[in-house]
Ligand binder design. Sequence first.
Ligand SMILES: [Zn+2]
Ligand SMILES: [Zn+2]
Ligand SMILES: [Zn+2]
Ligand SMILES: [Zn+2]
Length: 361
Amino acid sequence: MSKPNDTVELGFVEKSPLWKLRSKFFPSKVGGYPAWLALKDLPKTEELLCKKCGDPLGFLCQLYAPHHDKSECFHRTVFVFVCRNPNCSEENDASNIRVFRSQLQRENDYYRATPAEEKEEGSESPSAADFNPLCRVCGALGPKTCGGCKVARYCSKSHQAKDWKAGHRQECQHPDKVSNTSCPGSKQFLFPEHEISMEPEELEEEVPKTEEEVMKEYEKLLLSGQVPSTYDDDSDTQDLLKMATKETDKQFQRFRTRIKEYEDQVIRYDRGGEPLWVSSENKPKDIPPCPACSKPREFEFQVMPQLLVHLKVDSTGKSIDWGTVLVYSCPDSCEQSKAYIEEVAYKQDYSPISQVMKNQK
Ligand SMILES: [Zn+2]
Ligand SMILES: [Zn+2]
Ligand SMILES: [Zn+2]
Ligand SMILES: [Zn+2]
């Protein structure tokens, strides 16, 4: 994905053999362990903690997004992590999400300069596990060793405890059977693993709705009784609500119209473009510039709400949720001394009125 023109690239979840999603094939994917790009100098344990609850984050997805005009970015992958604790998911607040980019030249320490042969045999190597002990639960660095079997490795006490409860307690008695690459705890912790395949968005000619059409639809909605009942019998409140949400409304309509032709899209990749907002409210005002080169970060891609369907986190009550997660990165993808460079995530949620409209088909 190098952004040759103004086309947005859309990502879709696809079933494919899991061996194709290993580091060696430079995948874009959701779930499973991260398929690290640079195989050493992984993010430090502290960098992968939730800023809300302090627990290790779970790997959400990664996009392979080289910049073809830059030899340092011959390979380039952006990784997104999210806290699995539903209580950390708050509206318009991305402090439970962290984003890292990694990039490599064509000639590098890990991969051949020519594409690897697509076959299952040998697909596991090279991988970060060849160079570092990895946490069996989350696939990040695993500096801690289980004192019992002295085989199982973990990023943190928290993941060790999780794995112990999930079944390592029994397994630990038989160190020769303890695996490095999966464990009872990871089965509970990791999101289901799938490929993300990208294709260009091809829209039929867009006919934007007139303001009048939007207002008509909105009136219909108000009359249908799907807005909260407290507004029902008070026409002044209705008028006020109408005024207050007119803009939001239009933006949400725009959102819905735009995704209609590709309802299953889980990613929109549009480096340097304009995000598809889910609401005209709560747009980011203060994305910090790149700390290394000081250039303003630019929008790179967004994770769509449709991805939530594939995470199997839907439960009654609170769960991980977003309207959309926007990723902003250094426009130059500047080189830094470390292999994983933190970028910025921003979470935008539906405004209350869009919430009502969303539930209305
Ligand atoms: Zn958290
Ligand atoms: Zn871990
Ligand atoms: Zn053990
Ligand atoms: Zn920079």
